[in-house]
Design a protein around this ligand. Structure first.
Ligand code: ATP
Ligand code: MG
Length: 400
């Protein structure tokens, strides 16, 4: 067992000693059997939240309404969730009622895919009620129960299917895939924020091409923000370099905006529809500006400076992903050779200009600082205070 399980074992043992059942469940069990790295350990129990809280000294009510109690133990946090069933899926979204139950089977039945419905006991025994182990071995994603019903209950599961197909490099079982095709329009009912999470994870998966193929074949794309009818441009993603994975959300969206041939302004409104963060919107806009300049062969030192290292590196990774022939080494090297990488490194600031009596407070300050910055970036001026003050004086006498 991986160390995450070993350290959590005493928690399960404590619950069991009190006469309840406790299991590791969900992604951590799946990933352990696959020999993949696990990130968070989920524990499910027959004990009700109040009963869990009675057993441990330090607990936090993280999601008590849904049955989740956080246990703090030896500087570690563990989420323990009471077995539950879900009912009343109106609107094809999350259930409006959860009911705590004592039966593990009931809890596993509500889970999305067979490979996500395995439970692992503290002594290493696996509970496999839906042949999840066989599907894990064959690399198959299969809905638990009747696929049609499961996607009606929660339409997000369809996006989860394509994201796991990409993340795990699994194929989607035929009936499950057919049900996604058939129910794809239900995705419209799902909050954009939740679709966003699954879409990003799909794009960051090891088998992204397969994920995108399912995303297109099932028609799910038609019900995502701004993707309706975009099969043709999105199909370009099927030609991604399989040896070059994207490594961040900003790369994902930079790739998508580039693939859809959006301008910087269009990228902003596109990303607003997807409800990404403002920080990401700014990064992608900056990357798209760089893409445009690369296409027009107008990349200047000033643009590289404004782009900054993070966005430049993101852009370069996207260029690799789309098998671009652009000389990325040259771009990086030009960036490395910029005399300064941030405005703070300029050897004069507004205060210096004021104390030297070159200007008085006002809009002229920004104009002169920008003039000096650009001169330094193109190598016209040295980044040296006395030289820059001299140039500032010359400038003001020419442009009073
Ligand atoms: P990851 O490694 O990406 O975290 P995961 O399988 O742990 O994958 P989570 O979203 O963390 O995925 O969910 C944990 C578990 O909860 C899943 O394995 C699954 O059993 C169940 N689950 C999560 N979301 C749903 C859903 N929408 N419908 C049914 N079961 C779900
Ligand atoms: Mg998880």
């Amino acid at each position: 067992l991986p160390k995450e399980f070993i350290t959590a074992r005493p928690i399960l043992q404590t619950i069991e000693k009190a006469g309840y059942e406790a299991y590791f469940v969900g992604g951590s069990v799946r990933d352990t059997i696959l020999n993949d790295h696990i990130h968070d350990v989920d524990i499910a129990t027959s004990a009700y939240p109040s009963e869990v809280k009675d057993l441990f000294k330090k607990t936090i009510n993280t999601g008590i309404k849904h049955g989740t109690v956080m246990i703090l133990d030896h500087q570690q946090k563990y989420e323990v969730t009471t077995f539950r069933t879900e009912s009343g899926y109106q609107d094809f979204r999350r259930p409006d009622k959860v009911t705590f139950v004592r039966s593990l089977e009931e809890d596993l039945k509500r889970r999305d895919f067979t490979v996500n419905a395995l439970a692992l006991k503290e002594d290493g025994t696996i509970v496999d009620l839906f042949s999840g182990l066989q599907d894990l071995e064959k690399h198959i994603l299969r809905a638990v129960g009747i696929p049609d019903e499961r996607f009606h209950e929660d339409a997000l599961r369809m996006m989860r299917a394509v994201r796991f197909a990409s993340k795990l490099d699994f194929v989607i079982e035929d009936k499950t895939e057919a049900a996604i095709k058939h129910n794809a329009p239900l995705l419209k009912k799902i909050a954009v924020e939740r679709i966003l999470v699954e879409f990003e994870k799909m794009m960051l998966g090891q088998a992204v091409i397969q994920g995108v193929k399912y995303f297109l074949d099932t028609g799910l794309y038609n019900y995502c923000p701004q993707f309706e009818g975009k099969q043709a441009p999105l199909s370009k993603l099927l030609e991604l370099n399989p040896n070059n994975r994207l490594t961040s959300e900003s790369q994902v969206w930079l790739l998508i905006c580039h693939t859809l041939e959006l301008s910087p302004e269009q990228s902003r409104s596109f990303l607003r529809a997807w409800k990404t963060s403002n920080e990401l919107i700014n990064e992608v806009e900056s990357g798209i500006r760089l893409f445009d300049a690369i296409a027009k062969n107008t990349v200047s030192e000033k643009l590289l400076f404004r782009t900054g290292r993070n966005v430049l590196e993101d852009t370069i990774n996207v260029l690799f992903a789309i098998n671009s022939k652009i000389d990325t080494q040259m771009l990086l090297s030009r960036y490395e050779h910029l005399p300064i990488k941030s405005t703070h490194e300029l050897d004069v600031n507004g205060h210096d200009l004021l104390t030297a009596g070159i200007i008085t407070p006002g809009p002229q300050m920004g104009i002169i600082l920008n003039y000096l910055l650009e001169g330094v970036l193109v190598g016209q001026f040295k980044n040296n205070q006395s030289e820059l003050l001299l140039e500032a004086r010359k400038y003001t006498s020419k442009n009073p």
